[in-house]
Design a protein around this ligand. Sequence first.
Ligand code: GDD
Ligand code: MN
Length: 363
Amino acid sequence: VPELALIIPTFKEAKNIVPLLEKLEAALGAQDYEVIFVDDDSPDGTADLIRSIGIHDPKVRVIQRIGRRGLSSACMEGMLATNAPYLAVMDADLQHDERILPEMLRVIQQGEIDVVVASRHVEGGGLGNFAAHRRMISDGGKQLSRIVCKCDVSDPMSGFFMVTRPFFHSAVRQTSSIGFKILLDLLASSPNPVRLREVPYVFRDRLHGESKLDSNVIWDFLALIAEKSVGNYVPVRFVFFSLAGLGGALVHLTILWLLGKQSDVSFAMAQTVATFVAMIVNFLLNNLLTFRDRRLKGIRIVYGLITFIVACSIGALGNISLAEFCYEHGMPRMLAGAVGLVLGSVWNYGVTSLYTWRSGVRK
Ligand code: GDD
Ligand code: MN
């Protein structure tokens, strides 16, 4: 069994693979290691390229996932696919300095710690030409992550780290696997205090291709914090679904109020317009926030909107019928209304997450 497994998630990184493997061999040639790429069926043929290299180099293989996306889950699945006692995660785009890997391995092999983080924020590390807004996100994340972390870490957003297999297995079942923040997710999911060390490095510029990380990281991040705080009690997605519903309700009332000033618009007309606009806003909010990892784009938005409206209309019927039933059987008015509302929203959430935002659809 190799001593070290490098887990490298890839999406459209074909041009970086050969230079990366050369650099890894230069840095780790003296060590016993393997490289597991986890590729989400990149259209540029990244997986085929890796397989063609693997034919001649048994250290190299690829797990190709079809119809899936996600950096965190890719890394987790890669780590679950090896027997090596030490597992490292790094990017494929040469931004992570592979020359510190031997030092990271040496530190973790001493057996006193669980995690070595390659950090841009300790003495000797740096962000390189990191864009100003990325710097802010990174700093903000550092502060916020103290809330969920069971340890002190200067660079919790790092996508470059090494863990021991027992540590990984102790935490993996509690992780949420959404978004980019895999290290933070593991640290926050550990049942025990994490013994952690940091090794400095300077973030490099990307060689080929482009970053897949966008402003969504902020959202990912908030979702992770929410998951780690309230997620044990209510599904985080349902919380966001309800918030989006609240947003829709505000839009509804605003429109109703605005149209009320128009003397030529009847109440029924105003309520109808408000209902439709609110549904569309509600749908868009859910598409952007609640289900952003399964976000619909292009023409799928239209189909999605239709299934959303159909599902929610059925939900509304169920809501009204149940509320009426409860009311007629003596339940207080407001309570009956609330019971109907809860049934309606749980139904809407369940059905739209199954049909409108089906998981596993290719984006
Ligand atoms: N399998 C898979 N699936 N891989 C992906 C996906 C995906 O959906 N999205 C991105 N990747 C791969 C990329 O191909 C790359 O190897 C690595 O994940 C990181 O993606 P980048 O798009 O290069 O991210 P970045 O450089 O903007 O962000 C880096 O810095 C962040 C901290 O600021 C990453 O290291 C992040 O993990 C880190 O949080
Ligand atoms: Mn990158």
